[in-house]
Every structure is written in structure tokens, then in C-alpha cells.
Design a protein around this ligand. Structure first.
Ligand SMILES: *[C@@H]1O[C@H](CO)[C@@H](O)[C@H](O)[C@H]1NC(C)=O
Ligand SMILES: *[C@@H]1O[C@H](CO)[C@@H](O)[C@H](O)[C@H]1NC(C)=O
Ligand SMILES: *[C@@H]1O[C@H](CO)[C@@H](O)[C@H](O)[C@H]1NC(C)=O
Length: 411
């Protein structure tokens, strides 16, 4: 048995206090980016802006997530810090003019004189819907708006490397596939050598990371922030590529698009000519707030833990295999937005009646607490799933141990 079980109070109830810098009470030491499960826990170190700086895994190693936008044929860095390794003009980054958080989302407004781009990182929180709560996926959606009353063409680029999989990028080999669907495209990556229920450097040595993107149908205006309509559009609105970071980023920087048909199948170590999984979404000609370019990222596996001789699997396994999750998550975007808006409003109303500071702290701590958990069920001997007694596990991040230790929080 790889997992020890324990019923002690989880450390993070106390850890939250450390997260807050007391001199500037409402500026967290780390801003949540994608915080949905212990192995999908990505933060922006405090006081950094979305560019030019990398996000970090919860225990602080870099997690590369790079972003560019081409606006009227000029490229701008929006996210990450690809630096001089890419021909991309880091010298023309967009300026971050706003950052704010709700219970489920962190929002950044990036600006140049002609447009605002709004990057929203949504980690769904659905306490009343165990299926959705158990799905270890989060969204990024990006909208554009003209600032000068004139139309502007906008394309959004986003890529992730194998750092999302491995704490040992020099020695672990990754592989990957791309599955083009009708409305969206999914890149999947995983380690070549998997070890169920085992960690290395706090990274799980099992499962796969899925990165998906959906094209949009162009120029319609959304009437309000929560009335976003993502109407899927097939290529050429959405292009994609997997390959060496410098090569793939340079292609977008030079041409504003990606050659979806170029295939790199040279599976290699995560840090060897860093393979990145990339998408480019053309938002078309933008005036008023555009429809969003929608991305999702998830890290899913089947073997969660063993309870004596019983295998524990994710709650969602009763409906989906990990490979089926991207389609469900992309198809569920509208519902996820609505559910998140309702939940955010409830948290805001309830906590602002106490104080604005209370709202900031509550909003942060909900994502942090639930993001440390996994919702699991027993797999019966006949292969079926016992959804009548779900269990919530929390990763014990306070111990240094080769093996992950999940504490039973609630049964
Ligand atoms: C962008 O490039 C295309 C193709 O080279 C050109 O037709 C178009 O006029 C350019 N747009 C702007 C705003 O420079
Ligand atoms: C651009 O973003 C800034 C900062 O959030 C905001 O004040 C401004 O109204 C936005 N402009 C437009 C046209 O959306
Ligand atoms: C990647 O490696 C895993 C584990 O060894 C294997 O099951 C899978 O088929 C490989 N995928 C590709 C595309 O080679």
C-alpha cells in the first residue's frame, strides 16, 4: 500500500495565514492561477505580473505557461517569460493594468494602446455537484476589446511544456498526442515511465496532462461579462502544434498562426529541446468585447489510493475515463461560467457583510482548501464504482516523503 491514512487536522488550515503578507493584508504572497487538485496547483508568485514571469507549482518550481497575442500583425508577450530563447519580442510586452480575484477566478487585464485583453483563470468550485468537483480541470478564457473605437485583429497564443508533468525534467521522458475534434482540439502529454500512486519531487508519476482549445466564431459582441458565448469554429480559427519551444513560438510570432500539420514525434526528456503543446486562436476583428478564446488544462489519473485492498478511483470515474474529460469540460464551459458566477456572488454577498478584507480572505481560502483535495470512490471487486460513499482526501504537504500521503478529510 502506497498511501498512509490519517485523520489529523490538515495543515493548510494554518498554512493560509502564511500565505498572506501581513504588511499588505490583501495582497497574497501567491496568486492562484489553476488550483483544482494537489497535482494541478499553479500559482503566480506574489507581486509578480502575468508577464514577464513564470507561474510556479505550489512548492515553487517553475511551471512554464507562455502566452502571446498578435494585434494588427504585431506580437506582444502576454504571459510567462520565454525570454531571449525565442525570437519573440519580449520588448513589447502588454502592460498588466488590473488583477482581481473572485472565489473561483483570477482575472488579469493586459493592455496596449489599441486593445485590452482579459485573461480569466477559472477553477470551478461546485460543492453541490460531486461529479464536477472531482474533475481535476480548470479553464483559461481570453477576451479582447478595442480601446480606441477602431477595429483590431487579434490572435491569442498559449503553450504549456512538460514541466506540468515532472519534477525532474532532465531525466524524465515525456510523450504526447494531439486529437483534433470538430469543435476543439486536445493535446495530451504524459511520462513514458509511469508509477501509480508514487511521487517524485511532489509530482505524481502517473496519469496525463490534457490541454485543449476551442475556436470562436469571430465578431459578435457579448452584452455582459457573464453572457459570453463561445461558438465553436473549426479551423482556420484554431491552429495547433507540438514541438520545440523556440520553433513553435517563433512560428506564431512570425506568422500569427501555427501549422497544424507539422508533427514532431521525437519523444524526449522534458527539458531536451523543450517540447511545448501550443494553440493559436484567431479572435477575428475585435471592437466591443469579443467572444472568448477558451482553453482548459487538467491532470487526471485513475489510481488515487488504496484503502486496505480496495482501490480508490476518482469520483468522476463512474461517468468518464480520463481521456473523456476534455470533451466534457469543453462542452460544459457555458454551464461552468454560470455556476461559477452564482457561487462567486454567494460568497461575495455573504463575506462582504462582514468586511471587504473578509471577502478577499474567504475568496482565496476556498480555492486553496478545495484545491488541496481529491474526491474519490471505492472500486468494487466486480469493477463497478461505489458512489454512495464518496471520500474527500487532502494531500499532506507538510511531510517530506517519497510517497504521497493523503489524509481522509471527510467520509
Ligand atoms: C497585416 O498583414 C497583412 C498581410 O501582410 C496585411 O494585408 C494587413 O494590411 C496588415 N494589417 C495591418 C493593420 O498592418
Ligand atoms: C481596459 O481596462 C481598464 C482596466 O481594467 C479599464 O479601466 C478600461 O475601462 C478598459 N477599457 C475598455 C475599452 O475596455
Ligand atoms: C506514452 O507512454 C505511455 C506509458 O508508457 C504509453 O501507455 C502511451 O501509449 C504512450 N503514448 C504514445 C503516444 O506513445
Amino acid at each position: 500500500m502506497h498511501f498512509a491514512l490519517d485523520r489529523r487536522i490538515p495543515w493548510f488550515c494554518f498554512g493560509l495565514v502564511l500565505l498572506l503578507d501581513c504588511s499588505l493584508a490583501l495582497t497574497p504572497a501567491a496568486i492562484p492561477i489553476v488550483v483544482k487538485s494537489p497535482y494541478l496547483s499553479t500559482w503566480l508568485p506574489g507581486f509578480n505580473t502575468l508577464n514577464p514571469s513564470w507561474c510556479a507549482y505550489w512548492q515553487a518550481s517553475n511551471i512554464g505557461w507562455a502566452g502571446y497575442a498578435v494585434v494588427d500583425n504585431a506580437t506582444h508577450l502576454t504571459m510567462g517569460s520565454p525570454g531571449p530563447s525565442t525570437k519573440a519580442p519580449d520588448g513589447m510586452p502588454m502592460t498588466q493594468v488590473d488583477e482581481f480575484r473572485t472565489a473561483t477566478s483570477t482575472v488579469f487585464v493586459m493592455q496596449i494602446p489599441s486593445v485590452n485583453l482579459t485573461y480569466t483563470f477559472l477553477s470551478p468550485i461546485t460543492p453541490n455537484d460531486f461529479l464536477c468537483q472531482s474533475i481535476p480541470f480548470a479553464y483559461l478564457y481570453v477576451t479582447a476589446e478595442s480601446r480606441d473605437g477602431r477595429p483590431h485583429t487579434v490572435s491569442i497564443y498559449s503553450d504549456v511544456p512538460g514541466e506540468w508533468l515532472s519534477g525532474d525534467p532532465d531525466h524524465q521522458t515525456m510523450n504526447w498526442t494531439t486529437t483534433p475534434g470538430q469543435n476543439f482540439v486536445t493535446h495530451k502529454m504524459q511520462l513514458q515511465q509511469t508509477k501509480p500512486m508514487t511521487e517524485q519531487g511532489e509530482y505524481i508519476q502517473d496519469g496525463a496532462v490534457y490541454f485543449s482549445a476551442m475556436g470562436v466564431s469571430g465578431v459578435l459582441c457579448a452584452s455582459s461579462a457573464h453572457a459570453l458565448i463561445a461558438k465553436p469554429r473549426a479551423q482556420p480559427g484554431l491552429t495547433y502544434r507540438i514541438g520545440e519551444d523556440t520553433v513553435v513560438r517563433s512560428e506564431f510570432v512570425d506568422t500569427g498562426t501555427l501549422t497544424s500539420t507539422i508533427i514532431d514525434n521525437d519523444f524526449r526528456a522534458v527539458s531536451m529541446r523543450w517540447p511545448v503543446l501550443a494553440f493559436s486562436v484567431n479572435l477575428g476583428t475585435v471592437m466591443c468585447p469579443s467572444q472568448p478564446a477558451v482553453f482548459s488544462i487538467g491532470n487526471a489519473r485513475m489510481a488515487m489510493a488504496k484503502l486496505r485492498d480496495t482501490q480508490l478511483v476518482p469520483y468522476y470515474a463512474s461517468r468518464f475515463t480520463p481521456d473523456q474529460l476534455p470533451a466534457f469540460v469543453m462542452g460544459d464551459f457555458q454551464t461552468a461560467l454560470k455556476t461559477a458566477a452564482d457561487f462567486d456572488a454567494q460568497v461575495e454577498v455573504a463575506s462582504r457583510t462582514i468586511s471587504d478584507n473578509t471577502f478577499d480572505i474567504v475568496a482565496l481560502s476556498i480555492r486553496q482548501s478545495l484545491g488541496a483535495t481529491e474526491l474519490v470512490v471505492r472500486q468494487n471487486a466486480d469493477g463497478s464504482y461505489d458512489t454512495s460513499t464518496p471520500m474527500l482526501f487532502v494531500k499532506d504537504m507538510s511531510r517530506t516523503s517519497v510517497r504521497p500521503v493523503l489524509l481522509v478529510l471527510w467520509v
